[in-house]
Design a protein around this ligand. Structure first.
Ligand code: AMP
Ligand code: TRP
Length: 340
């Protein structure tokens, strides 16, 4: 089955499980906006059903779902150009997810590194949902027969699993119903690291707020976090090889490149020889100039939660119109009687 047989369609999602970080922005949302503006059909989801695979306080979940939607809008996603909605309003995700639970193999799930990272030594105490989560993610994507999935580096394995699920479904039922979607992972921001430890990814769930830049941080907070970011005493090199063993320095250069839209090598030609005492204020100014207007716009949008809910409801109706016929065909292929 070649992909050419499927209309290009982009799907991606982010969990409303806390503050949106600069990592989410550079690894995901910034590229969601670029793809939207390239004219291809784009569907972006707030994956609330994924968020509850670990405990979420109900009031906090509601607020974070609206906040993430506000962030999508403030970063430039446009509900007239993209479909924007929250996952739980379109039941096709859960239903197709069940079909895929019966296609995916336990052995495949056991290889998922994100589950191992999140569960640590406590696997027995994790929810069944956290374990089955990649199968729901496959359903998110394939309920729309999406062909392209922009994500950060950490989601590559899950998109590959989605391809395996599509492939096994097609093989088992002797069909070519589902496409095998491509992960789109490019640019300098695909793996933004913690500001405190260059070997850990920047994450919403890191206990240290100093480890990340939140999209809601004000100018002072952004400048302070960059000033205190871990670095080394060496000046910046003039080429990428010079960053090989300097993860913290590499991360700050990558962040600069991700925000400015340059390649890391281009940034180095401009800042080679600088000490961090010089470079950090440049990075702070760039980050503040870019992120502060987004935070302001988020604040403005959050003042009208009813309007956010309206946008999500409208997006969910449009999403359901695409997903429901695909789900109905999938049920039919599997052999379910549909006589209502
Ligand atoms: P999550 O916050 O886990 O729902 O992730 C949402 C999207 O942001 C996914 O595409 C992730 O790959 C991406 N992402 C999360 N953290 C980072 C990071 N530190 N660097 C780059 N991309 C990230
Ligand atoms: N698993 C993704 C994450 O944690 C979020 C996600 C859920 C997703 N469903 C998706 C991403 C479908 C892309 C496509 O970051």
């Amino acid at each position: 089955m070649t992909e050419a047989a499927f209309t290009p369609r982009v799907f991606s999602g982010i969990q409303p499980s806390g503050n949106l970080t600069l990592g989410n922005y550079l690894g995901a949302v910034k590229r969601f906006v670029e793809m939207q503006n390239s004219g291809i059909e784009t569907i972006y989801c707030v994956v609330d059903m994924h968020a509850i695979t670990v405990w979420q306080d109900p009031e906090a979940l509601r607020r974070q779902t609206r906040e993430l939607t506000a962030a999508y809008l403030a970063c430039g996603l446009d509900p007239k150009k993209s479909i924007l909605f929250n996952q739980s309003q379109v039941s096709a995700h859960a239903e197709l997810g069940w079909l895929f639970n019966c296609v995916a193999r336990l052995g495949w799930m056991n290889r998922m590194t994100q589950f191992k990272d999140k569960a640590g030594k406590n696997a027995e105490k994790m929810s069944l949902g956290l374990y089955a989560y990649p199968s729901l993610m496959a359903a998110d994507i394939l309920a729309y027969k999406a062909t392209h999935v922009p994500v950060g580096e950490d989601q590559k394995q899950h998109v590959e699993l989605t391809r395996d699920i599509a492939n096994k479904f097609n093989h088992d039922f002797k069909t070519n119903f589902f496409p095998e979607p491509e992960p789109i992972i490019d640019g300098a921001g695909t793996r933004v690291m913690s500001l405190r430890d260059g070997s850990k990814k920047m994450s919403k769930s890191d206990p240290s707020d100093m480890s990340r830049i939140n999209m809601t941080d004000d100018a002072d907070a952004i400048a302070k976090k960059i000033r205190k970011a871990k670095t080394d005493p060496e000046p910046l090199p003039d080429n990428m090889d010079g960053l090989a063993d300097r993860p913290e320095a590499r991360n700050l250069i990558n962040i600069y490149a991700g925000i400015s839209g340059q390649t890391p090598a281009e940034v180095l030609t401009e800042v080679a020889g600088q000490q961090f005492g010089q470079f950090k204020p440049l990075l702070a100014d760039l980050a503040v100039a870019h992120l502060a207007p987004i935070a302001d716009e988020m604040g403005r949008l959050m003042a009208d939660p009813a309007e956010i809910d309206r946008i999500l409801g409208d997006g969910a109706n449009r999403a359901a119109e695409i997903a429901e016929p695909i789900l109905a065909d999938a049920y039919d292929i599997v052999g379910m009687i549909r006589s209502r």
